[in-house]
Design a protein around this ligand. Sequence first.
Ligand SMILES: [Zn+2]
Length: 128
Amino acid sequence: MGRKITKKGLREKLWKIFSKYIRLRDGKCVTCGGAPENAGHYIPKSVTRLSLYFDERNVNAQCVRCNKYLSGNLQSYAIYLEKKFGYGILEQLQQERTKVFKPYPGWWEEKIEEYEEKYKKLLTSMNG
Ligand SMILES: [Zn+2]
């Protein structure tokens, strides 16, 4: 067996497949219609705890311009979220952002597997 993967390594691995899935799911930048180059958080990574870090409502495809240079293009982002999830979503995310979530042993590995599956399924259905 190789050496144990650190938690940081697991987080990076999960983020890689999670963001790949999100970008495929959305197909374009949700805030301007540009290329889905990044997966961007509405509630920023620096603020949210793990509860919204890998949340499919809080993370959506964005182009580099919206994600990085416009710091999430949050006004348009908010409009998109309300359209997609209905009014109340912004408040709901704000409420959940500091919720403490402690992954149980094996959680990271399970999530990685889950999103590898979801990605494959989505890809297959798109190539239908
Ligand atoms: Zn954009």
